[in-house]
Write a protein that binds this ligand. Structure first.
Ligand SMILES: [Zn+2]
Ligand SMILES: [Zn+2]
Length: 188
């Protein structure tokens, strides 16, 4: 038993803050990102593509969508497990592969963890993830200017990318405003 429960610490609902910044012009990330919306969109996507949205896939997506920070496969398995219902990490990985392929979740390489995506960007969109080191929150944006500059650079190098996901670590606006109070779990 590992102490993942401590990821629940924090101060209310502020963790979604990074998402609040997706209103930038041209960000292409309109639309909601509530867990319900994410599931609904997944249903539509799977139906349109003739794919099975199994209960396992749905549960994995729901677990990821419920969290505003990246979640690892083992954390997901643990959240989905209940007394008498042990979910194996390998099953979670398989579901995550599917969800990632369909663009319903994104893998954050630097964390080896996953976030759900409620955005309507295309499969080939260059994404930029803003990862807050203080609260662990994550924001997703598309950045067309960065993308086209990157494409030119890659073309000049004769390099064909398989993905162009950028991960930027730092401090989000909310944490910066709050001052330098690290969100450590202060347990008595
Ligand atoms: Zn996305
Ligand atoms: Zn933050």
């Amino acid at each position: 038993m590992r102490g993942h429960a401590q990821q629940e610490h924090g101060q209310g609902d502020h963790h979604g803050h990074a998402h609040d910044h997706h209103g930038h012009d041209g960000a292409g990330c309109g639309g909601g990102h509530e867990a319900g919306d994410v599931i609904e969109r997944a249903e539509r996507v799977c139906q349109a593509r003739g794919l099975q949205f199994t209960r396992l896939r749905r549960d994995v997506l729901a677990a990821v969508a419920a969290e505003h920070r990246p979640l690892g496969a083992y954390d997901i398995a643990e959240r989905m497990s209940a007394p008498g219902r042990r979910v194996a990490a390998v099953s979670v990985y398989r579901a995550l592969d599917f969800l990632t392929e369909q663009g319903l979740v994104h893998r954050i390489s630097s964390r080896n963890a996953f976030v759900s995506c409620g955005h309507e960007h295309g499969a080939g969109a260059g994404l930029v993830f803003l990862i807050c080191r203080t609260c662990g929150g994550i924001g997703e944006m598309t950045a067309p200017a960065v993308e086209s500059a990157l494409d030119q650079t890659l073309a000049a190098a004769g390099f064909t990318p398989t993905s162009r996901i950028l991960e930027v670590e730092g401090e989000c606006g909310t944490c910066r405003e709050r001052g330098d109070l690290p969100e450590e779990p202060h347990r008595p």
